[in-house]
Design a protein around this ligand. Structure first.
Ligand SMILES: C[S@@+](CC[C@H](N)C(=O)[O-])C[C@H]1O[C@@H](n2cnc3c(N)ncnc32)[C@H](O)[C@@H]1O
Length: 296
């Protein structure tokens, strides 16, 4: 494994307007992966990824790989993994976790943001994962274009994105009515907030994919029930029941549409789309000021 060496930044946002997770690693690890939300996410991915992807031990590029759980999962499945991550703090934790869990596996840690990958890891890749990253970027559409450019023809992109429509729904459920009416849903990426700055809609993903020559092969909702519960499951039995419900309905209409995250398999078409067929317009999101924290 290689070690990260990027210098600490004084602004929480990168030159691209992205929220790298330096300063957020502890909070992210505790608030997401330290609880039921993280457990559900990983348990659902463990079941969904083998169904949604054609996995044949291909080399994987994990973009914005964070704490390394997904990289570890793919390594366990026999894939050589390159984990790219711009946050030195996240990479350090990923390195520690992966060394412990997957000592014998082939995992390269690359201290780089998505925008640098066409130079630093051009591929082309037949398998890329980018989970829960686009919503932290200033220009998620440009990022999806970069990912499309890194894919080999016929290559698969496992994309997971924070669902803006689910964010609205959970705000209403929590009683944040004026915030929902004003459509002030996004975070600003400042301080130690974990509300994403660019939550995305299914309509945006569909439109951008069409424009970029990516075919949407599969879609699922991650946590279609959990984030709307009035009280979290208290017992192991209830947690198990909830997982079974999440699993049963994560690909069933209309439930998947309100998953906290939307998980896609996008496949790069063999031939690029012509400009004439790429004129799908996409909805824009309004800028907001943050009042309530909406955790991942
Ligand atoms: C919510 S975490 C997701 C981490 C991991 N993919 C997962 O699913 O647990 C978002 C990650 O995106 C990273 N990130 C932010 N801007 C990025 C960029 N421009 N390129 C790549 N990763 C970026 C952050 O540093 C952080 O580790």
């Amino acid at each position: 494994m290689t070690l990260p060496s990027s210098p600490p930044s004084s602004s929480p946002l990168s030159v691209h307007g992205d929220r790298h997770f330096d300063g957020l690693a502890d909070k992210f690890a505790a608030s997401l992966y330290g609880g039921v939300r993280g457990e559900l996410r990983l348990a659902l991915l463990d079941r969904l990824l083998p169904e949604m992807l054609d996995l044949r031990g291909q080399a994987l590029l994990d973009v914005g790989g964070g704490l390394g759980q997904l990289a570890g999962w793919f390594a366990e499945w026999g894939h050589p993994v390159t984990l790219a991550e711009p946050s030195a703090e996240m990479l350090k934790r990923a390195r520690e976790a992966l060394l412990e869990a997957s000592a014998e596996r082939e995992i390269i840690l690359l201290p780089a943001p998505l925008q640098a990958l066409p130079e630093q890891a051009p591929g082309p890749w037949s398998l890329i994962a980018c989970h829960a990253v686009l919503e932290w970027l200033g220009d998620p559409r440009a990022a999806l274009a970069t990912l499309a450019g890194l894919l080999a023809p016929g290559g698969q992109l496992s994309l997971m994105a924070f669902n803006r429509d689910a964010l609205r729904f959970s705000n209403v459920v929590k009683g944040n009515l004026q915030k929902a009416l004003d459509d002030r849903l996004e975070g600003k990426g400042l301080r130690r907030r974990l509300t994403p700055i660019s939550p995305l809609t299914h309509a945006q993903i569909m439109a951008w994919s069409a424009e970029l020559g990516l075919e949407v092969r599969e879609v699922a909702g991650i946590r279609v029930f959990h984030d709307y519960l009035r009280s979290p499951p208290q017992t192991d039995d209830d947690r198990e029941r909830l997982l079974e419900l999440e699993w049963r309905y994560c690909r069933v209409d209309p439930h998947w549409r309100l998953g906290r995250y939307l998980l896609y398999t996008l496949v790069r078409r063999d031939t690029p789309v012509s400009p004439a067929s790429s004129s799908v317009s996409s909805p824009t999101s309004s800028s907001t000021s943050l009042q309530d924290q909406e955790p991942l």
